[in-house]
Design a binder for this molecule. Sequence first.
Ligand SMILES: CC(=O)SCCNC(=O)CCNC(=O)[C@H](O)C(C)(C)COP(=O)(O)OP(=O)(O)OC[C@H]1O[C@@H](n2cnc3c(N)ncnc32)[C@H](O)[C@@H]1OP(=O)(O)O
Length: 395
Amino acid sequence: MTMPPHDVRTLSGEEELRAAHALFRSCLHTPPATDEDWPAAYGSMDRATVLSAFDDSGMIGTLTANSSVLALPGGKVVPMDAVSRVGVRADRTRRGVLSEVMRTHLDGTSAPIATLRATEGAIYRRFGYGVATRTRTVQIDTGRARLHDRAPVAGDVRLVRDQDEVRRLLPELLERWGTVRPGGIVMSAGFWQLVLKREGYLRLAVHEDGVACFKVEEDKGGEHYSYSMEVGALFAATPTATATLLKFLLGIDLVRRVEFVSRPLDEEFELLLADPRAVRTTEIEDETWLRLVDVPAALAARTYGEAEPVVIEVVDDLLPANRGRYLVGPDGAERTDRDAQLRLGVADLGAAYLGDRPLSQFADAGLVDVLDAAALPAADRLFRLDRAPWCGTYF
Ligand SMILES: CC(=O)SCCNC(=O)CCNC(=O)[C@H](O)C(C)(C)COP(=O)(O)OP(=O)(O)OC[C@H]1O[C@@H](n2cnc3c(N)ncnc32)[C@H](O)[C@@H]1OP(=O)(O)O
């Protein structure tokens, strides 16, 4: 890899971190953090490495890599960089600054996988990121929403409203249940304190196998005492926890509408209600963009379904060490000299890695070279999951 023409380096010290934070915010057309807000923003960097690019005029681009973990198919949890706060000063865009910062990050990280949330869909594919999980946002009209009689409701739900207790419990509970599905991650306690400061009065509904975090606001211009609820997080380790938390949230008085933000695509809400049309999907979005930084390590870390092994050739323009052929089968994945049966780019392998879509869909879209037709259905069975992968944490 060639050396960048700009000085790109890891920042140290609070002053530099504050400058990078302000630069990123200006890229999102937001003023710098005030003195009152800064401590929480600084605290959210408790597991972060911040890279910035400089030229004669000072700091011109920045990227934050939060040291996190990612849950994989099969249950293993591996180190992962949650990349955020990416921005290039508006008078220095489209000159390769982001490309340099990205390369520096990918060259320097020890995490086998990086993920991010994209502001725009056209930016990150060139750096080897593909869409690996998707979400839907749903609204439920509480007037119509009643769980049917056989819904698996059991166990108590405890409402936590004391804000000190919320601050103490939230990171701990999300660490426990945030990785229930492949695609789940764990963010630091400092990150959650920033979220809590930003979001205001949040409450928790805690079941023995799950948690929901929600806020309620009065409807503007509506009838008196009419409220809407936003459920920003709901993690449940069992179907019973999902049903019980759902019943609790839908039953809170004076709330006319509940919005569940960024849910898994295959969640069973419609099946739990007597009237499935009480659930309205308002948005389906890409969620996790995933980059396999160390392809051999990442392929070896997840498990696979039952099928004939297949040989996949990986194309990676940015990280040549990843290039080559891999034998992927029920027993795992490793490099091989055998002839390739399927060939694809690292961004599409990243997109298929957690099982969000079968490889045959990528082939249908012209994104996989199928050199041996029998390998495609086998690859679908190998990469397939019973449940949609999902993260549920916006960082
Ligand atoms: C994970 C997150 O934090 S997401 C937040 C991302 N940040 C933002 O959206 C803030 C506003 N935007 C920005 O700060 C900048 O425009 C960035 C960071 C998106 C891009 O930075 P730049 O330094 O301009 O990118 P760079 O010059 O390296 O571009 C590399 C390539 O990507 C393309 N590209 C960059 N940004 C975009 C975009 N928004 N849309 C389409 N193409 C883009 C460039 O045209 C270039 O293409 P080429 O290699 O074919 O010439």
